[in-house]
Ligand binder design. Sequence first.
Ligand code: NAI
Length: 400
Amino acid sequence: MPDVLLLEKIHQDAETALVEAGLTVGRIDGGLSGPDLTDALAGVRVLGIRSKSAVTPDVLKAASSLEAVGCFCIGTNQVDLNAAAAAGTVVFNSPFSNTRSVAELTIAEIIALQRRLLDRSMGLHAGHWSKSATGAHEVRGRVLGIVGYGHIGSQVSVLAEALGMRVRYYDILPRMALGNAHPCDSLQSLLASADVVSLHVPATPATHHMIDAAAIASMKAGAVLINNARGTVVDLAALRPAIESGHIGGAALDVFPEEPGTNDEAFDCPLAGCRNVILTPHVGGSTEEAQAQIAADVATKLIRYLGTGTTSAAVNVPEVDLPGHRPEHVRILHFHHNVPGVLSALHAIIADAGANIHAEYLQSAGDVSYVILDIDRVDVASLSDRIAGMDETIRFRLLG
Ligand code: NAI
């Protein structure tokens, strides 16, 4: 059995990094779920998946050797995170590796909407030569309003300023302005002043239909709207009449309230057929460069976890950032139920083994605690047996 099983055609860079770290890697091209996944996981320490494999409580229960799951994508809905935490199986993903890809698509759309590129191109495809400057604008000097100044919003800000745009932004958290970008006190003031409004907020109750009929009405006449964030943020039923009336000059939408699960399913959108509206199938972060960055990012997290026990950026267990342990020490990595008395029990076991504790790190989150102890190099056989026998132990391993 390989140490690592990679499913779903994960980018080659992941395999290369894992092999360079001394791990054996197996591959299966498609996604796996249920008994097929359970069978494939026999003896496997690490599973790498994208979005098509389901890591359910049953799978986790059966996969006793599974120490970590790497989701080589943004989302982690395909893994039961609570069940994984309860099994001491650490889950990693790569939430920000496609930031640049989304930012670049946004810049492309800002220019395309201001030049009404899609209408011009579709006209020509249909055999209509329509050379005109009406409604076409340079982006230089125009006001870009960014809603959500996080990883993507701030990248868009930098790129847009390089094009000569005047950037304003609104965020619920204080965010340092990059370049000459100007923070707005309210969403309303941003909407009222922007020629282009670009949304980069997460899906939360507060952002649900954040751009509704009232918000659309408060936008500048002729302004364009870009949503590369989440489909719930814009009320599409309110957007269509605003585009038809000309109050909104155009839109680019990459995300929708309901999106097909596969490429074979039909897709219907209230904005279909509207002029100067760009519709893309949630491809904002889908570039080969982003895939390579995701591969490197998740593989690095997995290698650090296997090598040192570091769980930084894990999505389901307490996060601990660890230095490597010294060669003269043994490192105990111990996931346990978050109840009183576990540390003193561990200390007693270590003392009975005649070992000194040189370093100790502990984090708890919910029902799970993670303690790491660097101790003298002793005969670990009886130590292991006693730790395994503790009622509170979920999973443990020894390094060195
Ligand atoms: P981020 O977490 O770095 O930034 C989000 C920002 O929005 C934060 O600064 C936060 O304070 C702010 N925010 C949250 N609620 C707000 C509110 N009610 N009003 C104003 N600001 C608010 O996230 P990141 O990575 O920049 O992603 C932004 C969005 O892009 C997310 O919805 C993400 O899911 C989406 N996304 C879409 C992709 C695509 O393929 N189209 C790919 C990657 C991300």
